[in-house]
Design a protein around this ligand. Structure first.
Ligand SMILES: Cc1ncc(COP(=O)(O)O)c(C=O)c1O
Length: 372
């Protein structure tokens, strides 16, 4: 079965009790069991597992070509369930360009457990190889990365991780399984903020881990989720499951729009750089085209006029709302350095752009008037 068909049908069997085609939403926190705790349908308490979330997990596992999936309350809950499982005194490699939350989690929490976190250029395999030590337990890649759209070669990293005896995790939030399947390229775990493209409408938070094997890593993360409570709420699971059905259709249009906008922006003299892996000039273009099916729907631009020029454009755009997050139907723009706290790492002239589902000509015209 092709992936597009799978996304529509995975976890979508009609409800056996009523025949309902849309999946039932089970809100119950508790499930009747026998006097000695015998489970009737495998469920006991919502924090451990629940039927709506179980449907979502079977869909996520199928879509990412994995053996098992775990849904979480947010992308950060998913991320920390995995990273908090690292043994003390181990080393973790993270990308030098990545979602801010990963960096904060690493410095504010992992460091207190003596986990050495090193940020490296994941786009340069020699740099990653040189950073490995006997203590390295995990390589965390994010490709394309947030917000500079750097591309890491997942297959090459998987090879390196396997030789070093450590785990490769890939944050696949920007690409989604529609464009990229890291487990097929050798990654051990895929992480998602399902808040983004899976939800697709900027109205639900969620996260997920998808595992190549249902082994120790999966079991440890499931146990941690059960005990610490980062579970996905049933209604959120239900909304994200619904998002799976239209993910392929939405991604196709998101990507077409981003491609058109990126090509337009690349012609503008106001731009010092346009970071979009679908552009031939992007340093990761060749790797991206090998491991992705299109350039994606996220891009960032670095303005030649510096911070002031970036803020001016952000304030003049009309269709692009200044807001954080990404992956919704509406286009968003954000001056990342302004929202990254006391120590911003994004270049001051950078604007991150989430390209929505509006007509591409309207999006281009909006940038043209904002740059005029
Ligand atoms: C690439 C990436 N990973 C993880 C996260 C965190 O996800 P959440 O906000 O759902 O916790 C984000 C959020 O923006 C993200 O962009």
């Amino acid at each position: 079965m092709r992936d597009q068909t799978l996304a529509v049908h995975a976890g979508a069997a009609p409800d056996p009790e009523t025949g309902a085609v849309a999946p039932p939403l089970h809100l119950s926190t508790t499930f009747a069991h026998g006097p000695a705790g015998e489970r009737r349908a495998g469920f006991e308490y919502q924090r451990e597992d629940n039927p709506t979330q179980a449907r979502l997990e079977s869909a996520l596992a199928a879509m990412e070509h994995g053996r098992a999936a775990l849904a979480f309350a947010s992308g950060m809950a998913a991320m920390s369930a995995l990273l908090e499982g690292l043994p003390a005194d181990s080393q973790l490699l993270i990308p030098d360009d990545c979602y801010t939350g990963l960096r904060v989690l690493a410095t504010d929490f992992l460091a207190t457990r003596s986990i050495a976190v090193q940020a490296v250029d994941m786009a340069d395999i020699d740099v990653v190889r040189a950073a490995l030590t006997p203590r390295t337990r995990m390589i965390w890649c994010e490709t394309p990365s947030n917000p500079r759209l750097k591309i890491a070669d997942i297959g090459a990293l998987a090879d390196l991780a396997q030789r070093a005896g450590c785990v490769l995790v890939c944050d696949n939030t920007f690409a989604t399984p529609v464009l990229q399947n890291p487990l097929d390229l050798g990654a051990d775990v895929v992480m998602h903020s399902t808040t983004k493209y899976f939800g697709g409408h900027s109205d639900v938070m969620g996260g997920a881990l998808v595992f190549a094997e249902r082994g120790a890593l999966h079991d440890a993360a499931a146990h941690r989720r059960h005990v610490t409570g980062g579970i996905a709420a049933p209604f959120n699971s239900w909304l994200i499951l619904r998002g799976c059905r239209s993910l392929h259709a939405r991604m196709a249009m998101h990507c077409t729009n981003a491609h058109g906008l990126a090509h337009f922006l690349a012609t503008r003299p106001e731009m010092a750089r346009v970071n979009y892996p679908g552009l031939i000039a992007h340093p990761g273009h060749d790797v991206a085209m090998r491991q992705m099916r299109a350039g994606g729907a996220m891009l960032s631009v670095e303005l030649a006029g510096g911070r002031e020029a970036a803020l001016r454009v952000a304030s003049r755009l009309k269709l692009f709302t200044n807001a954080t997050s990404l992956g919704g139907a509406e286009s968003l723009v954000e001056h990342r350095a302004s929202v990254e706290g006391a120590h911003p790492v994004s270049p001051p002239n950078l604007l991150r752009v989430s390209v929505g589902l509006e007509h591409v000509d309207d999006l281009i015209e909006d940038w043209a008037q904002a740059l005029a």
